[in-house]
Every structure is written in C-alpha cells, then in structure tokens.
Design a protein around this ligand. Structure first.
Ligand SMILES: Cc1ncc(COP(=O)(O)O)c(C=O)c1O
Length: 472
C-alpha cells in the first residue's frame, strides 16, 4: 500500500483545530480516526512520519506523537517495523451497517429501500429464465431485450438511441470504473465536480488520473468560468459530471451550460462522462433538460440503483458503437458479464418505469419536505436547501464542524457521511449531506440524534468505533 504523504494527510484533516475544545492531540486523533473509518485513508496505508506531519501542521512533534499513540492504543494504527505506522481497524470484526443488528441508523447512503414492484418482477423474471439456460450465460454487453428497453427509454426522453449504443453493466459504479480504466492513463487529468460522488474520485484515481476540481454550490450551481478554464487550460482526458440532481448538492445544469461545456470539451479532446444515476428522480423541477448527449458528444451512465433498489446491480453505459466495442473488449479483465436473471428483472421493471418513478417522486417529495421542516426547526442556524430532485440535502452547518459532528453522531447511533467525504482535499467541513429517502420515523430519530450530537460536539469517547460507514 502506498504511503500517504504528510502534505496529503494535512490537507485531509484541514481545519482540525477549529471549533473544538478538545486537546490538540485528541482532536487530531479524532480526525484521522474518521478518515480511516470512512475509507478516505484505506486500510494498510502507511501514514506519514511524526516529524513530517508535525511540520506540515505547524504543531510540535509531541502533539502528533500523542495522537498516533492514542490511535495505536485504540487499534487504528499498527506499527510497521522499519517503516512507521499503517492504518487498520480494531481487532473486532467490523459490523456491517446494513445489518440491523448493528443498531445504527444509517444516513450515510443516498438510497431508497426497494420499490414494491420488485418482488413481482423477480418472479416474472424467474419464469422467463429457462429460455436462456441453454446458453453459457457470460454476457459482457447485455441481453438484447434489456439493451432495447434502455435504448427505448432514452428515445422516450428525447434522445434517439439504438441498442448497440448500450452496454449493460453491474451498476453505475462498475460503469464509472470501467470507463476510467479504459479511457484514462497514468498522469492524465480528469475534471471532476467538487463536491462530488466519492467513489467516482476513487475509481478515477485508481486509473491513475490527476483530479481537476470545478466548484458546484447549492446556491449558484456550477462555477461556469472555472469549468471553461479548467477544460481550456488542462485539456483533461475525461470529465466526470452529474448535470442532473448533482450528488450531493441536488443542482441541475442549465441547457446552455451543457451545450457550452460539450462544445469546449470536444474542441479540447475531452470525453465528458455524465453520471445520470439520479436524473430521473425529479421532485418538482420546473424544466427537465434532455440527457446530456442530446447537447453534444457525451458518454452517459445510468442505473436503477436509486430508482428501483441498490440491491439490483444493474446499470448501463450509452456511448457511440465504437466506444461500446472498446469497452466490451476491455471489460473481461475486471468481470465476465452482467447476471442474466437481474437483467430480466430490470427488463420487466422498465415496462412499468413511469409508475415506479411516480411513486419515487411522491416518496422523495414527502421525505424532502419532512426533513426540511424537522431540520429547520431543530437547527435554525443551519442553512437547509430545498432541492427539486435527487435524494440528498447538502446542509450548510455555518461552522467547520462536519467531521466532529459525524463523530459525535456515531456516539448517538447515527451514521453519516461528513462533508469532506465529498471533496478531494479535505474541503467542505461546513457541510453535511443528509439523505431524505428514509422513513419519517427514521428521520425523527436521526434529527434527535443529530441534536444530541450537536450539543455534545466532540466530547467523550467514541462508541463502537469499528462500524464502517459505506457511503453511496
Ligand atoms: C452519483 C452516483 N453514481 C453512481 C452510484 C453508484 O450506483 P450503482 O449502485 O448503480 O453502482 C451512486 C450511488 O451511490 C451515485 O450516487
């Protein structure tokens, strides 16, 4: 595992001393602990030498030494002979947060429980399966019926598409990773929004990319000048964007900016990849722009993970035929195809997709409104936005305390993804992403836990520290 530089760690813990009354070593240890727990510092990573980190942070070596000692005692660091310390988790096996036994309320995921239509669609798919059993079952591109259904859906949304422009993938994450490793080489630049979906950062980095951030805010949306400059100046090999219900801000990119961005990208040789996982989760957006490829050349990613269920691992890529062919050839190094039964389930569900989306819209509207009222009355000092689609509220806490609040919320049994999880350099300590796809009862409990955590920021020891938050 590659070592983490003192500079990188210092930027990941940026603001660690602000708004805390804890001793410096304890505040630093807390922030590093959260980085390990939420995956920003992968297990096995060698952390910087005490002296180097102390110099970067402008503190005494004793402070860093005490922080490391605390992390070592709590089981978060291992001494590695001759080469310092490496990140680890305490010996007790991590409890899956999806396991209700863990007792944690999970608000780290922007996702919904399964659509009620799923069970019937699965039964219908099982009845259709025998027709496919004579084949070998390895399907790296997707069943013709599903590729057709996905293509038809694009056409119905205003973007004519033929089935050979579609590859079915194992969810959108698989699509992002496959595109990244097929289109990027070591040292290439990849433009990303900041904040953005953290597992996309990971996939792009794993492919060797250097990330070029462009700001998106709840109030103003995309930094248009910054976006144009970044494309012009760095000619990135790829741009990964979320023009519809951007995760986490919920913003939608205007048709004018879509066109301008794609024109510029084409001129610079940049492939724009549009993650449209959230695109059909409209609540009350006044205008619905077309899928991005209707405005210029773009590769689109879709998924039923947020509309149907995260447990149905089906997504897709829409691209030119030659790109789909290239991806098909590259795919086998990572996986040998998408499960057939799951594809049949989704083919069935796409036949009733409008009704499914209608139900989601009502659910999300109720969830958004409920959370908004609850948060505004419990935390009048926070800025709670009113997104017109998607599943998340990107709340401005008014103070740079997101990591501390996330740690304190754990003590109250609530798992959250801290704001910096969505940045590339430790930014967004003033923000917290709160999903509104949970039930009113869960939201009440979450707001109650947040209230207690807010009142007790960064006091007291952490409970059940090795429960991992796996943000989506
Ligand atoms: C923006 C975005 N892209 C991709 C994904 C991954 O989707 P899937 O579950 O289809 O792999 C998520 C889900 O968490 C997401 O929020």
């Amino acid at each position: 595992m590659s070592p983490l530089s003192a500079r990188t760690l210092a930027s990941l813990v940026r603001g660690w001393r602000e708004a805390t009354s804890a001793p410096a070593y304890a505040a630093l240890a807390d922030r590093i602990r959260l980085l390990i727990l939420d995956g920003r510092v992968p297990l096995g990573t060698r952390i910087p030498a005490e002296r180097d980190l102390a110099a970067q942070l402008g503190v005494s070596r004793t402070t860093v030494s005490a922080a490391y000692a605390e992390l070592r005692d709590a089981g978060f660091l291992d001494s590695v002979r001759g080469s310092g310390s490496a990140a680890r988790l305490p010996a007790r096996a991590p409890v899956s947060i999806d396991n209700p036994q863990s007792g944690y309320l999970d608000f780290s995921k922007a996702a919904l429980s399964a659509t009620p239509a799923l069970a019937d669609a699965a039964r219908a798919a099982a009845a259709e399966l025998p027709a496919y059993l004579g084949d070998r079952g390895f399907d790296p591109i997707g069943l013709p019926v599903l590729r057709q259904a996905v293509a038809d859906r694009y056409a119905a949304r205003g973007l004519p598409t033929s089935p050979d422009q579609i590859m079915i993938t194992i969810g959108a994450q698989h699509a992002i990773a496959l595109l990244a490793r097929t289109m990027l080489g070591r040292g290439d630049s990849a433009l990303v929004e900041s904040p953005s979906y953290p597992h996309a950062f990971e996939a792009l980095r794993l492919a060797g990319a250097r990330l070029i951030p462009v700001s998106v805010t709840t109030e103003d949306g995309w930094d248009e000048a910054g976006l144009e400059q970044a494309i012009r100046r760095t000619s990135p090999a790829m741009g990964y964007v979320m023009p519809d219900f951007h995760n986490p801000t919920g913003r939608t990119m205007s048709p004018e900016l879509r066109e301008r961005m794609l024109g510029l990208a084409a001129a610079q040789g940049t492939t724009i990849v549009s993650d449209e996982t959230m695109a059909e989760l409209t609540i009350d957006r006044p205008d619905n722009p077309l899928p991005l490829a209707a405005y210029g050349p773009a590769v689109l990613i879709g998924s039923v993970g947020k509309t149907v269920w995260g447990g149905v691992r089906i997504g897709w890529i829409r691209a030119e035929r030659q790109v789909i062919q290239r991806l098909t050839r590259a795919r086998s190094a990572g996986d040998l195809g998408t499960p057939i039964l799951e594809q049949l389930v989704v083919t069935n569900l796409l036949e009733q997709y409008d009704a499914i989306l209608d139900l989601r819209r009502r659910q999300l509207r109720a969830g958004r409104d409920y959370l908004e009222v609850a948060l505004r009355s419990a935390f009048p000092e926070w800025r709670v936005p009113r997104p017109d689609g998607g599943i998340t509220s990107w709340v401005n806490l008014g103070e740079p305390v997101s990591s501390q609040l996330t740690l304190a919320a754990r003590n109250e049994g609530l798992l959250l993804a801290a704001g910096p999880r969505f940045g590339i350099d430790g930014a967004f300590e003033r923000f917290l992403r709160i999903p509104f796809g949970n039930s009113p009862d869960e939201m009440d409990r979450a707001v109650g836990a947040l209230g207690r955590a807010w009142a007790a920021l960064s006091h007291g020891p952490l409970a059940d520290e090795n429960v991992l938050a796996e943000v989506v």
